[in-house]
Ligand binder design. Structure first.
Ligand code: ZN
Length: 143
């Protein structure tokens, strides 16, 4: 799994934004598959970030969100995309396509539900509503 694959949705989008805003100040290749860089953040001093392409969980950042943890923060994502801009374009396109497909799915689902609800009589609607409310009540009690 690549670094981007294990990043949370939030880290992905914030990191992409940081990359596009040019928040990565400098970086060098540290070793094979390893890069070290400085990424601007909320405080005045930039964060010290290292990313390991081969073992993404060994990447480090001294921000409060990631320090001492294996979490992929937005600074690691921003550094990754700065080093591999083609990956940024690809990931962005994929994410946008996924979101567009998801939006379409939601619209279709809404349309299906709307058609179903419009097909019901008032008595059927009352019955359906009672069943759904009972199901919710059950869920509250059992979970
Ligand atoms: Zn960080």
């Amino acid at each position: 799994m690549g670094l981007i694959d294990i990043a949370s949705n939030n880290s992905f989008w914030r990191g992409l934004d940081y990359y596009e805003s040019g928040y990565v100040e400098t970086y060098i290749k540290n070793a094979d598959n390893q890069y070290k860089g400085q990424v601007r953040g909320s405080r005045s001093e930039p964060y010290e970030v290292t990313i390991d392409i081969e073992h993404p969980k060994k990447s480090t950042c001294n921000c409060p969100h990631a320090e001492g943890m294996r979490r992929i923060c937005k600074h690691k994502v921003a550094l990754y995309f700065t080093i591999f801009p083609d990956e940024a374009n690809r990931a962005k396109k994929e994410a946008e396509e996924y979101e567009a497909a998801e939006e379409l799915r939601q619209e279709e689902l809404y349309g299906d539900i709307e058609r179903y609800v419009n097909s019901l009589s008032v008595d059927q609607l009352r019955e359906e509503l009672i069943i759904r409310l009972l199901e919710e009540e059950d869920a509250d009690h059992w979970w």
